[in-house]
Design a protein around this ligand. Structure first.
Ligand code: ATP
Ligand code: MG
Length: 540
């Protein structure tokens, strides 16, 4: 993105005031849809004034540059204006997912040294329960009350009366802007810090991948408690002056299809797990909806199984584009996008300014088709600046000039990147590396299979053996026949070595709140071990 030379690089400023200067003031920035499908439109000018009010309020209460702030609110307009207001002041902001448990909340407040928390009456109880046990007592703001007690300050009236003018101070690109916690797929979630300079990569990647026309309506379904929800559900669209949708309600096929159709969504960004859920409806369900306006669909968070791409083409009549990134990378690094033909099962190609490599354990580059560590040449502007309270882990993530992502992948001769698995999840069986993703993708091709998670567990003979946890539909009458059919299918589609040694039929596959399969939980369940940190496990 070509930012004028002397422009203020503050992310909050660039998403609001700058948009007004560019002439987008009256354009809707946010189309907010309530549970009941009521619609509220907030223009870029409104966004500027509301975030200015928030910035003035924080300044008044002496929450200053570099202080840490957490926001515990559902997806309501205030969440966005408070976040942007915090950024304008230079506060280091973190949005939490509202279903966070009290122990995790306490841990995150203590670990980060958070100075203030903003919430609403509905979620106050979570904070009240832990307040007296915190190492330092934070200031607690309540947005839907005007009363204050010794424990919290009600800001409803005050914020509506405070000045809507705020002169955003110039900020250094190295100033911390926001932090996130990882999804916790492989262990305890890590606190990941980002800087105001991240704006360049977030803005550029948004345009390179989503390629919106100025009047397009864009919808990112990710919760702002995760990196996708902030990089692409707040910053990416707004710094580019694009109108976006935010829906208060959680996933529900009918509700979502109504939004896609009724709000004329042009670009949708979601997660494979959502499409796996959508696929559980009969194809005829979708013929009721007119998706003429929908131009493109994108996905992130997990490998995109080819069966989902086939379904998207057949049932929705659309291509689904895969994108790959991490909390640590801050923005999309590899993607399928217009101009690059989709190869089902591949993540696509690196963005124009990103240089990934597949390296072996010694840091040497490996030839195409050979599996190895997916690494990224440092630095890039949205690269994380630290793991909170864990500088040793941060150092360990780098090898020479490269950041080690922890994922295993390979390239083909045309430069497409193919995801194999996370370093810890790739199965080493009988001397072969088996990708859990490949086995899961093969099993998902069978209509009987609703969901699946594949793991490797220790085995005396094979070193590791492949175990598939499978959720099947009601059409299966004989489990033994299903067992044989599933194993045979993987043998034919992938290889006999990859075929699961055992299939565990189950009701549910454990996922993180951001929709990723928690393979470590499946592994521990199978081995009857302690399940570890479950703070990000989705409760069904
Ligand atoms: P933790 O680091 O705590 O174990 P996490 O890695 O799941 O959690 P995130 O940063 O939210 O936390 O997720 C990034 C990871 O998600 C990537 O490293 C990769 O394993 C997976 N991922 C994201 N997008 C894709 C994709 N398109 N294809 C395959 N895997 C993906
Ligand atoms: Mg990770």
């Amino acid at each position: 993105m070509a930012l004028p030379d002397k422009i203020n690089h503050n992310i909050g400023y660039l998403c609001t005031d700058w948009q007004v200067l560019l002439g987008h003031g009256d354009k809707p920035a946010l189309i907010w849809i309530s549970y009941g499908r009521d619609e509220k439109r907030i223009s870029f000018k409104d966004l500027m004034f509301q975030s200015n009010r928030a910035a003035n309020l924080f300044s008044k209460y002496r929450i200053n540059v570099g202080d840490k702030m957490m926001i515990l609110l559902p997806r309501i307009p205030e969440l966005f204006t408070l976040f942007l207001g915090g950024l304008k002041v230079g506060i280091n902001c973190c949005i939490l997912f509202t279903s966070i448990g009290e122990d995790t909340l306490k841990e995150r407040i203590d670990d980060s040294g958070t100075k203030c928390i903003i919430t609403s009456k509905k979620y106050l109880y979570k904070i009240e329960k832990i307040l007296s046990n915190l190492s330092k007592t934070p200031t607690v703001f309540i947005i839907d009350s005007s009363d204050s007690t010794s424990k919290f300050i009600g800001i409803q009236k005050e914020i509506s009366e405070i000045s809507p003018d705020f002169d955003t101070p110039n900020i250094d690109i190295g100033q911390p802007s926001h932090f996130h916690f990882t999804s916790g797929s492989t262990g305890r979630p890590k606190g990941v810090q980002h800087l105001h300079g991240a704006i360049t990569n977030i803005a550029d990647s948004f345009m390179e991948v989503f390629q919106p026309s100025p009047e397009d309506v864009y919808w990112c379904t990710a919760d702002p408690g995760w990196v996708t929800g902030v990089s692409y559900g707040i910053i990416g669209p707004w710094v580019n002056g694009i109108t976006q949708i935010q829906a208060e309600g959680n996933y529900n096929a009918e509700y979502w299809m109504n939004i896609l159709e009724g709000n004329y969504v042009n670009i949708l960004y979601s997660a494979p797990t959502v499409f796996r859920m959508l696929m559980q409806n009969n194809d005829s369900f979708y013929s009721r909806f007119n998706l003429m306006k929908l131009k493109r669909i994108y996905c992130v968070g997990e490998p995109l199984n080819p069966a989902i791409i086939d379904w998207g083409r057949k049932v929705l009549g659309k291509d689904i584009h895969d994108t790959w990134f991490q909390t640590e990378t801050g923005s999309i690094m590899i993607a399928n996008r217009p101009g690059i033909d989709i190869r089902p099962g591949s993540m696509g190609k690196p963005l124009s300014y990103i240089n990934p490599s597949i390296l072996d354990d010694n840091g040497h580059s490996v030839p195409p088709l050979q599996k190895g560590l997916l690494c990224l040449k440092k630095p890039w502007s949205s690269m994380f600046s630290e793991y909170m309270k864990n500088s040793k882990s941060y150092q360990e993530k780098f090898i020479g000039d490269y950041y080690i992502t922890g994922d295993i992948a390979y390239t083909d001769k045309d430069g497409y990147f193919w995801f194999v698995g996370r370093n810890d999840d790739v199965i080493n069986t009988a001397g072969h590396l088996v990708s859990p993703f490949e086995v899961e993708s093969a099993l998902l091709e069978l209509t009987e299979v609703l969901d699946v998670g594949v793991v490797g567990v220790p085995d005396e003979v094979l070193y590791e053996k492949t175990i598939a946890f499978v959720v099947i539909n009601d059409s299966i009458k004989d489990i033994r026949i299903a067992d044989m059919k599933l194993k045979l299918h993987v043998s034919q589609k992938v290889s006999s070595i990859a075929s699961p040694k055992e299939i565990v039929f189950t009701d549910i596959i454990p996922k993180t709140k951001s929709g990723k399969i928690m393979r470590r939980v499946l592994r521990s369940k199978y081995l009857n071990e302690d399940l570890g940190d479950l703070s990000t496990l989705e409760e069904y």
